[in-house]
Design a protein around this ligand. Structure first.
Ligand SMILES: [Zn+2]
Ligand SMILES: [Zn+2]
Length: 338
């Protein structure tokens, strides 16, 4: 079969590689679609220490075409998506239903072979059935691009009707967060992004207003005016200055949820203000399989419109070229069988 193999920083090639043999408890999938996200760019740039020989790709939908020993509940022909990591099932978070916090996960496309290939072997506990009304491309990106902001806004942020929401960073996650906030009945949604293309996309996804943080001398003041003070802010960038901007945007009692990942260290406001305002700041990481199932139902039932989230589909042969270019807004999805 053909697959995209990482050989070293900036070096990915489409090659003939062996078809994986599903181990006991695993199924073999024909990959229908695989999403390319920012993490894959970091992998290909050599920033995440992934071993040469690895096939990247952790956003996968497919059709079951082979069954390893002991597989139950899945048949040849089942349309599925795969959770992006293989969790241990034994650590405390796994046992308590927080498998996204697993302490010993294997990540598809990083510490085990991923989905930028015609086929992939996946443990059965990673599989989620895809409703007929959800396309292969959308199914592939649900766990990462859509269920991640769902977990952040709904489970961690407990978003309610009438909230004033700020979304900082209108990339893949941020655009979905805007659509989700609208679906959950937010009264006002304001997006912050320095890119004019991203700000335009944010308005298309349902933001009431957008802010270029670089254009305004006092971005925090401008943001507070646009939102009348946010009750909920979501940081999707992973930078200290945007975490600090998120805290500054909040009314007393408001919450900042951080999904952006990075090495910077943001500062709290002076404690006299932080304590008196009773703002809270939480991290939010990934999503559970149950949340992925909920998001699939929301899409299949027409409550959540994600039709704009996929900007283009490419063949395997086009993927090295995709990594050679700068990222574009929205998800690029690989269709390996094309
Ligand atoms: Zn991803
Ligand atoms: Zn675990």
């Amino acid at each position: 079969m053909r697959g995209l193999v990482y050989h070293g920083p900036g070096d990915v090639r489409v090659e003939q590689i062996p078809v994986p043999e599903p181990a006991p408890g695993e199924v073999l999938l024909d990959v229908s679609a695989a999403g390319i996200c920012g993490t894959d760019r970091h992998i290909v740039a050599g920033e995440l220490g992934v071993a040469p020989g690895t096939v990247p790709g952790h956003e996968i939908s497919g059709v079951v075409v082979g069954l390893g020993g002991g597989v139950e509940g899945w048949e040849i022909g089942s349309r599925v998506l795969s959770y992006g990591q293989v969790t241990c099932g034994e650590c405390r978070p796994c046992r308590e239903g927080h498998e996204h916090r697993c302490r010993r996960p294997q990540v598809m496309g990083m510490s085990r072979q991923g989905g930028f290939a015609e086929k992939i072997a996946v443990p059965q506990q990673c599989l989620v059935r895809v409703p007929d009304a959800v396309s292969d491309g959308v199914a592939a990106i649900v766990p990462d691009a859509i269920a991640t902001p769902y977990h952040a806004l709904v489970t961690v942020g407990r978003i309610g009707m009438g909230e004033s929401v700020v979304v900082i960073g209108a990339g893949g996650l941020g655009l979905q967060a805007i659509a989700l906030a609208r679906m959950e009945g937010a009264a006002r949604v304001v997006a912050v992004d320095p890119s004019p293309v991203a700000r335009e996309a944010a308005l298309g996804a349902g933001a009431d207003a957008v802010l270029d943080p670089a254009a305004d001398e006092d971005a925090a003041k401008a943001l507070y005016q646009l939102t009348s003070g946010a009750t909920l802010a979501l940081e999707c960038v992973g930078r200290a200055d945007s975490v600090e901007l998120g805290m500054q945007s909040l009314v007393p009692g408001g919450s900042l949820i951080v999904v952006g990942v990075g090495h910077e260290r943001p500062r709290l406001p002076p404690l006299i203000r932080f304590v008196a305002a009773e703002i809270s700041v939480s991290g939010s990481f990934g999503s559970t399989i149950a949340e992925i199932e909920t998001v699939l139902e929301l899409i299949a039932g027409g409550r959540l419109d994600v039709s704009r989230s996929i900007s283009r589909s490419v063949t395997l042969d086009q993927v090295p070229g995709v990594f050679a270019e700068p990222a574009t807004p929205g998800r690029t999805v690989i269709v390996p069988q094309s």
